[in-house]
Design a protein around this ligand. Structure first.
Ligand SMILES: [Zn+2]
Length: 254
């Protein structure tokens, strides 16, 4: 059990202790309180896991420091169908991004990884594979999974990777211990465009266009709708005077 989990169980046991004390007065009140404590702590745990930006379990960078830069981040690639299009559109708009890559996919498409790096984009780690096990496996096992992911990218010629974006945006206290052991910062976003499996185009467009300086925008590789919408979104951002950069570059204050 990691320290944050020990605190969670301490809170749970304290709550139940109080409930037991009240139960000696009234069984009904005691039982209701015990259930409330359990549900409330369970809900808090779930909320902290699904909303990394709350930083309940560890340090997460969800925004950029530069007031005039929008950080564009693209998860789940590389993808032979869409990564070349992303690169072409970004180049046309003088924009840069961070590609949070999956090592198993990167190993399948090494030429795409080289193209991403050669065109001056940043590369981050999204995982050895797209799975959320790092949130519940032991921190040592999680660190091994991350190091294997990093090694796979380094084998393809990728330089030092400073950031890890957890798959599905799910975190737990274990995620942070594993990331620290693998010398990775945990990167999240301030705007989820919602271009996952089922894309609502209007919602996607609205969310993306709401980005301002300091925002970190999350998009996904492998999605034709994202590609179709990207040129007009980049045009809107650049005409509003924003510089579009990768995640790390946007952390520079000036
Ligand atoms: Zn993902």
């Amino acid at each position: 059990m990691v320290p944050a989990e020990r605190r969670f169980f301490a809170a749970l046991i304290t709550g139940w202790g109080v409930a037991a004390l009240l139960a000696s007065q009234s069984v009904f009140i005691g039982a209701a309180l015990a259930l409330t404590v359990l549900l409330a702590l369970g809900a808090l745990l779930a909320l902290g896991s699904a909303r990394p930006e709350l930083q309940w379990f560890g340090t997460v960078v969800s925004r950029s420091k530069h007031p005039n830069r929008i950080a564009l981040t693209i998860d789940d690639g590389p993808d032979p169908a869409t990564t070349p299009l992303f690169l072409e559109i970004l180049a046309k708009h003088g924009a840069h991004a961070t590609f949070f890559l999956l090592t198993d996919r990167a190993a399948k498409y090494p030429a795409l990884v080289r193209q991403i790096a050669d065109q001056g984009h940043e590369i981050g780690l999204h995982g050895l594979r797209h799975e959320a096990a790092i949130a519940w496996c032991s921190p040592r096992e999680g660190a091994r999974w991350l190091r294997e992911g990093l090694q796979g990218l380094q084998d393809l010629g990728v330089d030092a990777v400073p950031w890890f974006r957890p798959p599905f945006g799910v975190v737990s206290p274990r995620t942070f211990l594993a990331a620290a052991e693998a010398a990775l910062g945990v990167a999240w976003c301030s705007i989820r465009t919602g271009d996952g499996v089922a894309v609502d185009v209007l919602r996607f467009r609205k969310r993306a266009l709401a980005a301002r300086g300091g925002d970190v925008v999350l998009m996904h590789d492998g999605n034709a709708t994202t590609i179709a919408e990207l040129p007009s979104i980049l045009t809107a951002w650049t005409s509003a005077g924003f510089e579009i950069t990768g995640f790390d570059r946007a952390q520079e204050a000036d």
